[in-house]
Design a protein around this ligand. Structure first.
Ligand code: ATP
Ligand code: MG
Length: 209
Protein backbone atom coordinates (compact mmCIF):
# COMPACT_ATOMS: atom_id res chain seq x y z
CA UNK A 1 0.00 0.00 0.00
CA UNK A 2 1.26 3.50 -0.75
CA UNK A 3 2.38 5.31 2.36
CA UNK A 4 1.88 8.92 1.30
CA UNK A 5 -1.71 10.07 1.14
CA UNK A 6 -0.96 13.76 1.58
CA UNK A 7 -1.89 14.88 -1.91
CA UNK A 8 -5.27 13.18 -1.84
CA UNK A 9 -8.49 15.06 -1.37
CA UNK A 10 -10.78 12.34 -0.02
CA UNK A 11 -10.09 8.80 1.10
CA UNK A 12 -12.61 6.06 1.80
CA UNK A 13 -11.90 3.40 4.40
CA UNK A 14 -13.79 0.13 4.44
CA UNK A 15 -13.09 -1.93 7.52
CA UNK A 16 -14.41 -5.40 8.09
CA UNK A 17 -13.78 -8.97 9.06
CA UNK A 18 -14.12 -9.98 5.39
CA UNK A 19 -14.62 -13.66 6.17
CA UNK A 20 -14.99 -13.73 3.21
CA UNK A 21 -15.15 -10.42 1.33
CA UNK A 22 -18.18 -10.47 -0.98
CA UNK A 23 -19.87 -8.50 -3.75
CA UNK A 24 -21.95 -6.55 -1.21
CA UNK A 25 -18.78 -5.03 0.26
CA UNK A 26 -17.29 -4.38 -3.16
CA UNK A 27 -20.38 -2.82 -4.68
CA UNK A 28 -20.96 -0.59 -1.64
CA UNK A 29 -17.35 0.62 -1.72
CA UNK A 30 -17.52 1.36 -5.43
CA UNK A 31 -20.85 3.20 -5.14
CA UNK A 32 -19.58 5.34 -2.24
CA UNK A 33 -16.30 6.03 -4.07
CA UNK A 34 -18.22 7.40 -7.02
CA UNK A 35 -20.92 9.13 -4.98
CA UNK A 36 -18.48 10.99 -2.74
CA UNK A 37 -15.75 11.53 -5.34
CA UNK A 38 -13.16 9.57 -3.36
CA UNK A 39 -9.62 9.22 -4.69
CA UNK A 40 -9.21 5.72 -3.25
CA UNK A 41 -10.95 3.25 -0.99
CA UNK A 42 -8.67 1.47 1.45
CA UNK A 43 -9.90 -1.95 2.55
CA UNK A 44 -8.69 -2.76 6.04
CA UNK A 45 -9.19 -6.34 7.21
CA UNK A 46 -9.55 -6.49 11.00
CA UNK A 47 -7.01 -8.74 12.72
CA UNK A 48 -9.00 -9.36 15.86
CA UNK A 49 -12.49 -7.91 15.55
CA UNK A 50 -13.38 -6.75 19.10
CA UNK A 51 -16.96 -7.96 18.77
CA UNK A 52 -16.26 -11.41 17.29
CA UNK A 53 -14.92 -14.58 18.90
CA UNK A 54 -11.39 -15.28 17.54
CA UNK A 55 -11.96 -19.03 17.19
CA UNK A 56 -14.97 -18.41 14.94
CA UNK A 57 -13.06 -16.23 12.48
CA UNK A 58 -10.72 -17.48 9.72
CA UNK A 59 -7.10 -16.58 10.23
CA UNK A 60 -6.21 -12.98 9.35
CA UNK A 61 -3.78 -13.82 6.52
CA UNK A 62 -6.39 -15.95 4.77
CA UNK A 63 -8.93 -13.12 4.95
CA UNK A 64 -6.28 -10.65 3.78
CA UNK A 65 -5.47 -12.75 0.69
CA UNK A 66 -9.15 -12.82 -0.26
CA UNK A 67 -9.39 -9.02 0.03
CA UNK A 68 -6.32 -8.64 -2.22
CA UNK A 69 -7.81 -11.03 -4.79
CA UNK A 70 -11.21 -9.31 -4.71
CA UNK A 71 -9.87 -5.77 -5.14
CA UNK A 72 -7.10 -6.45 -7.66
CA UNK A 73 -9.14 -5.43 -10.70
CA UNK A 74 -10.19 -2.00 -9.36
CA UNK A 75 -7.51 0.69 -9.72
CA UNK A 76 -9.19 2.78 -6.98
CA UNK A 77 -9.13 0.00 -4.38
CA UNK A 78 -6.13 -0.68 -2.14
CA UNK A 79 -5.65 -2.99 0.83
CA UNK A 80 -3.93 -2.09 4.07
CA UNK A 81 -2.25 -4.39 6.58
CA UNK A 82 -2.40 -1.71 9.28
CA UNK A 83 -4.67 -3.71 11.60
CA UNK A 84 -2.99 -7.04 10.82
CA UNK A 85 0.44 -5.75 11.76
CA UNK A 86 -0.68 -3.99 14.94
CA UNK A 87 -0.95 -6.00 18.18
CA UNK A 88 -4.09 -5.91 20.29
CA UNK A 89 -7.74 -5.52 19.33
CA UNK A 90 -8.66 -3.70 16.13
CA UNK A 91 -10.48 -0.52 17.08
CA UNK A 92 -11.54 1.77 14.25
CA UNK A 93 -10.57 4.93 16.12
CA UNK A 94 -6.93 3.75 16.44
CA UNK A 95 -6.81 2.82 12.76
CA UNK A 96 -8.17 6.16 11.57
CA UNK A 97 -5.84 8.04 13.92
CA UNK A 98 -2.86 6.14 12.47
CA UNK A 99 -4.03 6.83 8.93
CA UNK A 100 -4.40 10.53 9.72
CA UNK A 101 -0.68 10.73 10.38
CA UNK A 102 -0.06 9.94 6.72
CA UNK A 103 -2.66 12.28 5.24
CA UNK A 104 -2.55 16.02 4.66
CA UNK A 105 -4.51 18.45 6.87
CA UNK A 106 -7.11 18.89 4.14
CA UNK A 107 -7.64 15.22 3.35
CA UNK A 108 -11.12 14.05 4.28
CA UNK A 109 -11.48 10.48 5.47
CA UNK A 110 -14.82 8.74 4.97
CA UNK A 111 -15.27 5.57 6.97
CA UNK A 112 -17.70 3.32 5.12
CA UNK A 113 -19.85 0.99 7.15
CA UNK A 114 -23.15 -0.83 6.85
CA UNK A 115 -26.11 0.86 8.52
CA UNK A 116 -26.55 -2.35 10.54
CA UNK A 117 -23.18 -1.85 12.21
CA UNK A 118 -23.99 1.85 12.78
CA UNK A 119 -26.73 1.08 15.23
CA UNK A 120 -24.08 0.26 17.81
CA UNK A 121 -21.78 3.16 16.99
CA UNK A 122 -22.24 4.75 20.41
CA UNK A 123 -20.68 1.58 21.92
CA UNK A 124 -17.53 1.79 19.74
CA UNK A 125 -14.32 2.80 21.49
CA UNK A 126 -13.99 6.63 21.56
CA UNK A 127 -16.73 7.11 19.00
CA UNK A 128 -16.78 10.89 19.64
CA UNK A 129 -13.10 11.14 18.72
CA UNK A 130 -13.67 8.88 15.74
CA UNK A 131 -16.35 11.22 14.39
CA UNK A 132 -14.01 14.18 14.75
CA UNK A 133 -11.27 12.34 12.83
CA UNK A 134 -13.46 11.13 9.99
CA UNK A 135 -16.90 11.29 8.47
CA UNK A 136 -18.93 8.12 8.36
CA UNK A 137 -20.90 6.86 5.39
CA UNK A 138 -23.65 4.51 6.52
CA UNK A 139 -24.65 2.37 3.57
CA UNK A 140 -28.03 0.73 3.50
CA UNK A 141 -30.63 -0.53 1.15
CA UNK A 142 -33.11 2.17 0.02
CA UNK A 143 -35.52 3.25 2.76
CA UNK A 144 -33.55 1.67 5.60
CA UNK A 145 -30.70 4.10 6.12
CA UNK A 146 -32.48 7.10 7.63
CA UNK A 147 -34.43 5.09 10.15
CA UNK A 148 -31.24 3.63 11.55
CA UNK A 149 -29.20 6.81 11.77
CA UNK A 150 -32.07 8.83 13.24
CA UNK A 151 -32.06 6.56 16.28
CA UNK A 152 -28.42 7.48 16.88
CA UNK A 153 -29.05 11.19 16.97
CA UNK A 154 -29.99 11.39 20.62
CA UNK A 155 -26.85 9.50 21.63
CA UNK A 156 -24.47 11.64 19.58
CA UNK A 157 -25.91 15.15 19.53
CA UNK A 158 -26.44 17.22 16.40
CA UNK A 159 -22.84 18.22 15.64
CA UNK A 160 -21.50 14.66 15.53
CA UNK A 161 -24.64 13.30 13.95
CA UNK A 162 -24.12 15.73 11.06
CA UNK A 163 -20.87 13.90 10.25
CA UNK A 164 -22.77 10.73 9.42
CA UNK A 165 -23.92 10.45 5.83
CA UNK A 166 -26.60 7.91 5.04
CA UNK A 167 -26.06 6.47 1.57
CA UNK A 168 -28.45 4.18 -0.19
CA UNK A 169 -27.21 1.27 -2.27
CA UNK A 170 -29.52 -1.14 -4.10
CA UNK A 171 -30.67 -4.02 -1.93
CA UNK A 172 -27.71 -6.24 -1.28
CA UNK A 173 -28.69 -8.90 1.18
CA UNK A 174 -25.34 -10.64 0.76
CA UNK A 175 -23.48 -11.37 4.01
CA UNK A 176 -20.33 -13.31 4.84
CA UNK A 177 -22.36 -15.50 7.24
CA UNK A 178 -24.67 -16.47 4.41
CA UNK A 179 -21.71 -17.33 2.17
CA UNK A 180 -20.04 -19.48 4.86
CA UNK A 181 -23.33 -21.28 5.40
CA UNK A 182 -23.83 -21.85 1.69
CA UNK A 183 -20.35 -23.37 1.34
CA UNK A 184 -20.95 -25.58 4.37
CA UNK A 185 -24.22 -26.88 2.94
CA UNK A 186 -22.93 -27.33 -0.61
CA UNK A 187 -24.82 -24.43 -2.19
CA UNK A 188 -23.42 -22.21 -4.94
CA UNK A 189 -21.70 -18.92 -4.09
CA UNK A 190 -21.12 -18.00 -7.72
CA UNK A 191 -22.04 -14.30 -8.32
CA UNK A 192 -21.98 -13.59 -4.58
CA UNK A 193 -18.18 -13.31 -4.46
CA UNK A 194 -15.65 -12.55 -7.22
CA UNK A 195 -14.52 -15.70 -9.09
CA UNK A 196 -10.98 -15.34 -7.71
CA UNK A 197 -12.33 -15.42 -4.16
CA UNK A 198 -14.53 -18.41 -4.89
CA UNK A 199 -11.55 -20.28 -6.39
CA UNK A 200 -9.44 -19.49 -3.32
CA UNK A 201 -12.20 -20.65 -0.93
CA UNK A 202 -12.40 -23.95 -2.82
CA UNK A 203 -8.64 -24.35 -3.11
CA UNK A 204 -7.91 -24.03 0.59
CA UNK A 205 -11.15 -25.70 1.67
CA UNK A 206 -12.57 -22.83 3.70
CA UNK A 207 -15.96 -23.03 5.44
CA UNK A 208 -16.60 -26.70 4.67
CA UNK A 209 -17.24 -27.37 8.34
P1 ATP B 1 -20.89 -11.39 8.83
O1 ATP B 1 -22.10 -11.97 8.16
O2 ATP B 1 -19.85 -12.43 9.20
O3 ATP B 1 -21.20 -10.43 9.93
P2 ATP B 1 -20.61 -9.25 6.90
O4 ATP B 1 -21.17 -9.67 5.58
O5 ATP B 1 -21.45 -8.36 7.75
O6 ATP B 1 -20.13 -10.53 7.71
P3 ATP B 1 -18.27 -7.79 7.64
O7 ATP B 1 -16.87 -8.10 7.28
O8 ATP B 1 -18.72 -8.00 9.03
O9 ATP B 1 -19.21 -8.61 6.63
O10 ATP B 1 -18.65 -6.31 7.17
C1 ATP B 1 -17.74 -5.27 6.93
C2 ATP B 1 -18.54 -4.01 6.64
O11 ATP B 1 -19.33 -4.16 5.46
C3 ATP B 1 -19.53 -3.66 7.75
O12 ATP B 1 -19.54 -2.25 7.87
C4 ATP B 1 -20.85 -4.17 7.21
O13 ATP B 1 -21.93 -3.44 7.74
C5 ATP B 1 -20.68 -3.90 5.73
N1 ATP B 1 -21.47 -4.81 4.90
C6 ATP B 1 -21.63 -6.13 5.05
N2 ATP B 1 -22.42 -6.65 4.09
C7 ATP B 1 -22.78 -5.62 3.29
C8 ATP B 1 -23.61 -5.51 2.11
N3 ATP B 1 -24.22 -6.58 1.57
N4 ATP B 1 -23.73 -4.29 1.54
C9 ATP B 1 -23.11 -3.22 2.09
N5 ATP B 1 -22.33 -3.24 3.19
C10 ATP B 1 -22.17 -4.43 3.79
MG1 MG C 1 -21.34 -8.18 9.83
Amino acid sequence: MREDWKALHAIGVMGGTFDPIHNGHLFAAEAVRQGFGLDVVIFIPAARPPHKNASEVSDPETRYVMVELATADNPYFVVSRIELDRPGPSHTVDTIAALKENTGPDTDIYFITGADAMQDLYKWKDHDTLLLLCKIVAVARPGYSLKVTESLRSHLGDALWARIYPFEVPALAISSSEIRERVRTGKSIKYLVPPTVEHYIRKVGLYVK
